[in-house]
Design a protein. Structure first.
Length: 74
């Protein structure tokens, strides 16, 4: 979705704009690292490893989205 499209969703009240918080991004990336390490644990079931890997990717993607939108607005 383009930045103008996101801005339009904010304008019509379908999305709430929030400022980028560096501490939040750091926490998301730290969570991604922990979940990625968990995904490599052979003692976990395949489902548990998949869930950990998925959660790692999700946290990293959220952090990247926060940074991208913040940088695009600067």
């Amino acid at each position: 979705m383009s930045l103008p499209a996101l801005d339009n969703l904010v304008r019509i009240g379908q999305l709430k704009a929030e400022p980028c918080n560096e501490a939040e991004v750091r926490r998301m990336l730290a969570m991604a690292r922990v979940r990625l390490a968990d995904a490599q644990l052979s003692i976990l079931s395949p489902q548990g490893r998949f869930t950990s890997a998925y959660n790692a990717a999700h946290a990293a993607a959220l952090a990247a989205l926060r940074l991208e939108v913040s940088l695009a607005r600067d």
